[in-house]
Design a protein. Sequence first.
Length: 153
Amino acid sequence: MRGDLPQSSIRRPLAAAPGRALVHVVLPLAIGTLAYAAWRSTDVRIVTWMARIAPRGVHALHDGLALSASRAPATLLGSLPDAAWAWAFGAALSLVWLGRPWREKAPWLGAGALLALCAEIGQAIGVVPGTFDAVDLAAIALGFASGALLAGR
């Protein structure tokens, strides 16, 4: 047995913490997706995908929250989805390695953080579609670290 978790939790780590998975993975994914649908341009890839599934819903959400978007800082609207998705990714990796010693989980969390950051860095060097933004890069780093640390404690 590793740590203080029962053997069954080690084989199925998310089963040991379903509430954490809901709060730290599902909720941030939903927030990030809704933020994109509500406040980002309708030509952003995920918004066009969502519009194919529920065209009226996406456009109603976008139009209904346009006023709130005009009052919020552009940096928040642009970087919130990135931070939320990175939080969910960091939390998911942390929950997979829940109860394991740092020497076992640190390499995986480091690789996950690097992968999350590579999406924005790829934009900077032109291999990933989109526009590089240093604030987005910082939001991804902060989101990943926060999700990983808070979900894994």
